[in-house]
Design a protein around this ligand. Structure first.
Ligand code: FE
Length: 185
């Protein structure tokens, strides 16, 4: 309601064009989305040189693939390993890597997620039906306007010899936020 009220005021005063707002929302909701991130993840699984470039300078590696723009100016890729699972939150608001994942889901913006992801990440993961092996640490990354994160999940077992396109189908949005794991083959 507050957003709607603000939008109405801004439009009435002629400060924003409602068609431009619709265009921005449509772009990030329908034309840009987690499919972009999935391409990045699947490529990293197949191409060791790309994976290493991605971990060294995420912003550059993804922009070389054509994924750049608003809310994607500074991106760090955090890699899951058997020792460490990564999870992303924005405790302050809802910072998110738009060019790779589109617009954040409503739970990502909720007060509950933003507070509890930090305080008790394993309980939050359990609610997403994710149970990690006992020895695997959880590291929570707090996004800001200066830095946004994308999780590089571990490649699922049993996918040896799969093409990049097939692998991309296993990569879910939540697996790139760290609240999920890739689908099983
Ligand atoms: Fe934020």
């Amino acid at each position: 309601m507050r957003v709607k009220a603000l939008e109405t005021l801004l439009v009435e005063k002629g400060l924003v064009d409602p068609a431009a707002l619709d265009e921005i929302i449509d772009t990030y909701q329908n034309r840009i989305g987690p499919k972009n991130g999935a391409i990045v993840v699947a490529k990293a699984w197949c191409d060791p040189a790309f994976r290493s470039a991605l971990l060294t300078n995420g912003t550059k590696a993804v922009s070389d693939l054509g994924f750049y723009g608003r809310q994607g100016e500074h991106i760090t890729i955090v890699e899951n390993t058997p020792e460490q699972h990564n999870m992303v939150v924005c405790t302050l608001c809802s910072c998110y890597p738009w060019p790779l994942l589109g617009i954040p889901p409503s739970w990502y913006k909720s007060d509950a997620y933003r507070a509890r992801a930090v305080r008790d990440p394993r309980a939050v993961l359990a609610e997403f039906a994710v149970t990690l092996p006992e020895g695997q640490a959880v590291r929570v990354w707090d996004s800001t306007a200066e830095m946004r994160y994308l999780v590089l999940p571990m490649r699922p077992k049993g996918t040896e010899g799969w093409s990049q396109e097939m692998l991309a189908e296993l990569v879910t949005r939540d697996s790139m936020v760290g609240t999920g794991l890739p689908k099983s083959p």
